[in-house]
Design a protein around this ligand. Sequence first.
Ligand code: AHR
Length: 494
Amino acid sequence: LKAKSILSKDFRIGRASDRLFGSFVEHMGSVVYNGIYEPDHEAADEDGFRKDVLELVRELKLSVVRYPGGNFSSGYNWEDGVGPKERRPVKLDLAWRQVEPNSFGLDEFMRWTGKVGADAIMTVNLGTRGIDEARNLLEYCNFPGGSQYSDLRRSHGVRDPYKIKTWCLGNELDGEWQIARKTADEYGRLACETAKAMKWVDPDIELVAVGSSARHMPTFPEWDRTVLMHTYEHVEQLSLHHYIGKRENDTPTFLAMPLEMEQQIKDVIATCDYVQSVKRSSKRMKLSFDEWNVWREPDVPYTPWQTGCPYDWVKFHMEDALVFGSALLSILRHADRIDIACQSLLVNTIPMILTNKGGAAWRNPTFYPFLHASRYGRGEVLRLETESPKYDTKLYTDVAKVDSVAVWNEEKGELTVFAVNRSEESIAYELDIRDFGNVSFAEHLVMNHERLDAVNTADNQGEVRPRAGGTTTLNGGRAESVLPPYSWNVVRFN
Ligand code: AHR
């Protein structure tokens, strides 16, 4: 099989914002407790953070981490998680039916992001709470001092404000499962008034309004339109979420499913632009893809009313990593409109990093496409002219067997092509890069496995991992890469 792409510096989609390489930490299952925070673990540091996890997280060079939920945020009282630990209350979290000890809260999270080197994105509770809580929390975080909540922060030993820039106005409030679900009008009004109050406290923040939780929601995209009609002037981004789970027990269908995610992106952009027209606004709404991932049935049964119980603790398969890679490519292809993207979730719940309580921490296969995109995907995303063989499945037609994106980092003089081979055959992929002058071939990373259900375990952490040494030749501005069957590829030139 053969495929071909023509690349040009002039075919630019947009610059990939650094914030496309973000993740998400929610008080859910063992993401926080027995995940990033395990004071009794031998690798715990002075704050109780697992150093082995910190090291893996730092490798990913996350730009942003969203916190504290998710569904959790719609019932959370942030005040329970600050101040002396012995005075913090133990609460019942209704989102995940778990016992929340509150020994990890806002100040611990901020210390942790400092160690990771990422910026925090904070979600306020617009489920059980509202404007008052949001403005107080913002005052605690961002106001320098001399007021009730800023002084409370200082009394907790944090002299300087955190200056958290990005705030989500609630989470998935269109969903039946959400604590204190709302109609689009109820939510839109609340989000608008909360936004006004928050920007009066700190005009430098930016706000994300809650868009539809999924494309299959019956209220999609009407929810988004209504919410934007209320909030357009007051927010900078609209959120979208997408989880890709295997359907039809059929690999070709599964590999094509990111096309639905891409359609959702297009639908949300169209809805934003429709409201922009209605409002005669010069402002172009950006998107915050603040939860995205593949999804697979958990390995471990969930027992409610525990702390740090694995929920959706999943060892991803090789084929999940291919779908994950394609999902990442669909985000990059819309770099002109998507400003923030958070892989969901970072540790232990459909994660990039797995841990055993008291034991090892290791990389799920999805860790690697993210790592590669984070390392080499920062730059101008190029629109490719691609010819690829296609296939049909029960659910999709005309699916390109090669899914690819190119990123040109002008400052570093680096050109990177990311490509997923969705087929069971090897594909010779020609890249016409004559427009890039005399760049040389640097490396071709490949991740594949003879078994699509191969996983990484604590005892065999390197079963699924990339290797250098993929086959690429470059002659006269034309490169030819061999994309092995069912593979993730990163072809780099500089
Ligand atoms: O898996 C994470 C959960 O998924 C988040 O809490 C919620 O926003 C989404 O439904």
